[in-house]
Design a protein around this ligand. Structure first.
Ligand code: 0PR
Length: 356
């Protein structure tokens, strides 16, 4: 007999801090059918290998890759792996003996992990007054040893989009590669006016995670490359498998993540994602104006993420009332308006805030 789990699954009712969300029903269903498959062994698990090719085609379309025939990439365990691999590919392709990576202060901490693992120097540069990468500071930081310039399209703390075309031009001048981290923003940005994708700049690699705004199951991240040179730079020989090389960081990988990503992208791209992105953005704009009207300072949201200066003691009481909220390094409360976050939920949050 099937025994019920000891702990109930998470409820998304009060989660305002997460960049993950409830998987779409199509994602759930597809995941379940591929729980025991391994895309890391494509000669044995052919169905999931085909689905992964499909996933990369779909993601390439979402990030405006200019040519689906040359687009390359794979489904990673998440944004961390995709970012680590982007740094690794750039390092492996660099001529420098002492390579460095230049990234804005807003870059996710996965770049710190990458730098440590790969023994490259991470040069973080300050942000401008709008919390985006300061291009003058990036220009000043690059040199002949720069292997990679990183831009963030949808930053973790404030949802900001760096000036990607300008950063790409700086990378190009320095003979460096360009990477865009759209792990969180990638399924919202196609429905905005921001310049962030392969269509907007000559970027080499891009992170876009189906398990965040894409509504796939965890784990499903995405690394998309302009052409096959990136994955070639990552490949190691695999002597006893029927395929001869492997470019991924992990060996055995989740077929469930891959299958769920394909299922949900086929279901939602583009209309379903557009509708979700607009609803989430309306929620964020509404929450920002409600907080402002109560006298709290608000960082105006550019994507569905609201940061606001709420006193520490109030944050603690909201947490005690069951709200999952997180804080920025500067101490603002951070509300991520993911697809599971409804207007009713935000109204309930404000009622608790008013009461406290
Ligand atoms: N790049 C960006 C811009 C991110 O925001 C994140 C994750 C990553 C890369 C790394 O992605 P993975 O976590 O998939 O490796 N940002 C969130 C964070 O670190 C992730 C997160 C997700 C946090 C769910 C909480 C949570 O419940 O804060």
């Amino acid at each position: 007999m099937h025994r019920s789990p000891v702990v109930d699954a998470e409820s998304f009712d009060r989660i305002l801090s997460s960049m993950c969300t409830e998987p779409h029903p199509a994602a759930r269903e597809a995941a379940e059918r591929f729980l025991a498959s391994n895309p890391g062994d494509p000669a044995t698990y052919e169905e999931i290998a085909e689905l992964e090719t499909r996933a990369i085609d779909l993601l390439a379309g979402i990030v405006d890759h200019p040519d689906p025939r040359t687009a390359d990439g794979y489904i990673t365990s998440g944004g961390t792996e995709a970012n680590v691999q982007a740094v690794r590919a750039a390092r492996n392709r660099s001529d420098s003996d002492d390579p460095n990576v230049v990234a804005p202060e807003s870059a996710h901490f996965s770049f710190t992990k990458a730098a440590e693992l790969l023994d490259v120097e991470l040069r973080t540069v300050p942000l401008d007054s709008n919390l985006r990468a300061d291009t003058d500071a990036v220009s000043a930081a690059v040199d002949a040893d720069t292997a990679l310039v990183v831009g963030v399209a949808g930053s973790t703390e404030y949802g900001r989009v760096d000036p990607i075309p300008e950063l790409s031009a700086i990378a190009d001048d320095a003979g460096a590669r360009m990477h865009v981290d759209a792990a969180w923003g990638g399924f919202v940005l196609p429905f905005t006016e921001h310049d962030w994708s392969f269509a907007d700049a000559p970027i080499d690699t891009l992170t876009v995670d189906p398990h965040k705004f894409g509504r796939a199951v965890v784990p499903a991240g995405g690394l998309i490359a302009r052409d096959s040179t990136t994955l070639d730079a990552l490949a190691v020989e695999t002597p006893y498998l029927e395929t001869y090389s492997q470019a991924t960081l992990t060996g055995t990988r989740s077929g469930a993540g891959v299958a769920s990503a394909v299922a949900v992208m086929e279901e939602l791209w583009p209309d379903g994602y557009r509708e979700t992105a607009r609803r989430c953005q309306r929620n964020a704009d509404w929450l920002a104006s409600e907080l402002a009207s109560r006298g709290y300072e608000v960082v105006a949201p550019t994507l569905p993420l609201v940061a606001s200066s709420i006193p520490e003691s109030t944050i603690e009481e909201l947490r005690a009332a069951g709200w999952k909220i997180s804080r920025t390094a500067r101490g603002e409360v951070r509300v991520v308006c993911m697809p599971h976050v409804t207007r009713e939920q935000l109204e309930a949050f404000l009622r608790d805030l008013d009461r406290i």
